[in-house]
Ligand binder design. Structure first.
Ligand code: ADP
Ligand code: MG
Length: 336
């Protein structure tokens, strides 16, 4: 039996879906390299642990960080490693459906196809991320009806309206969860004179971050989170309690950028399809969809109902998985 797989090559996380099995691998898209060399020390979960803690001799690389490939060799190593780990043994007839950020260039597409070939693929097909996200979220992408999906990943946010199996209009924005983390780092530095790392900022966002003050959830507003960092002036370690309202304030600018992209996509949408979106609502996928109140913030800015998909972190992988399971009927949805 062929070991066909679907791969969600995300800027933050890579997931592999194996035909007949479901999601078999879910690891950060991180490669730890020996500084100044091409020597790979660790990939995935193990490599992410080194971020911000690496001695000078190790660099942690995220090959797809901003939705473009920053390091071809690292990207290729990572794809090979994950495919081998997810599908052990020989892979003589493996067909791979790989989801890529829609903003990547033809050269980058070829690089990914090449890496997958070298990892033992018999055939490689690419699918655009918003299409996979919409399939994974259960939207009726093949019907003559406009469906809108907003996939908020680590490095990018992809907004798309899909109808009759194609993307009618889309925007890819280099603002995602990473930018929310950076906004927290900058706020804490400017307001409190404390330097904190990326991992600490991400933990803060996940622990107490919100995008909107949700009526009836006052308890959430009272939450605080203690961060450790280094004081800018003295250089000494210091702790600080952050509150939910101040973190929300820190996230304002990148969140407004995401909302603006949604509005711009709606404005570019043909009227009939926009009518469908108004009727059926907007669906959020990707890790950013888990930020409490993001649905309400987008709903309030657009006047359209917004729904968070079930298991938003898995939608893209599940969408690619559906294409793998049902290749013959869904291959028309794949990118050329
Ligand atoms: P990608 O597809 O680019 O790999 P993902 O869809 O895996 O990205 O989402 C990763 C992003 O989601 C990260 O920025 C992470 O911090 C963020 N994230 C994960 N869980 C949460 C949460 N509970 N609240 C807010 N953001 C989250
Ligand atoms: Mg993604």
């Amino acid at each position: 039996m062929a070991k066909d797989i679907g791969i969600d090559l995300g800027t933050a996380n890579t997931l592999v879906y194996a035909r007949g099995k479901g999601i078999v691998l879910n690891e950060p898209s991180v490669v730890a390299m020996k500084a100044g060399s091409a020597v790979v020390l660790a990939i995935g979960t193990e490599a992410k642990e080194t971020i911000g803690r690496t001695p000078g001799s190790i660099t942690a690389i995220r090959p797809l960080k901003d939705g473009v490939i920053s390091d071809y060799e690292a990207a290729e190593e990572m794809i090979r490693h994950f495919v081998r780990k997810a599908v052990p043994g020989r892979r003589p007839r493996t067909r791979m459906v790989i989801c890529v950020p829609s903003g990547i260039t033809p050269v980058e597409r070829r690089a990914i196809v090449h890496a997958a070939d070298r990892a033992g693929a018999r055939a490689v097909h690419l699918i655009e991320e918003p299409m996979a996200a919409a399939i994974g979220a259960g939207l009726p992408v093949s019907e003559p009806r406009g469906s809108m999906v907003v996939d908020i990943g680590g490095g990018t946010t992809e907004v798309a309206v899909i109808s009759l199996g194609s993307i009618v209009t889309a925007q890819s924005l280099r603002v995602g969860g990473d930018r929310l983390d950076t906004a927290i780092i900058n706020y804490v530095r400017k307001k409190h004179g404390l330097l904190i790392g990326e991992r600490t900022a991400e933990h803060t966002k996940i622990a107490i971050g919100t995008a909107w003050q949700v009526p009836g959830q006052e308890a959430r507003e009272e939450k605080t989170f203690t961060v450790r960092g280094r004081e800018k002036v003295s250089g000494l370690p210091q702790i600080l309690d952050l509150t939910t309202p101040e973190v929300r304030g820190a996230l304002d600018e990148p969140l407004d950028a995401i909302v603006a992209a949604v509005r711009a996509t709606l404005e570019a949408c043909p009227p009939e399809l926009a009518g469908d979106v108004i009727e059926h609502g907007i669906v959020l996928t990707g890790g950013g969809a888990l930020l409490p109140g993001l649905d309400l913030r987008i709903a309030s800015a657009t006047g359209i109902a917004v729904f968070v998909a079930d298991n938003p972190l898995d939608c893209v992988a599940l969408g690619s998985g559906k294409c793998v399971e049902d290749f013959d009927s869904l291959q028309k949805l794949l990118a050329a």
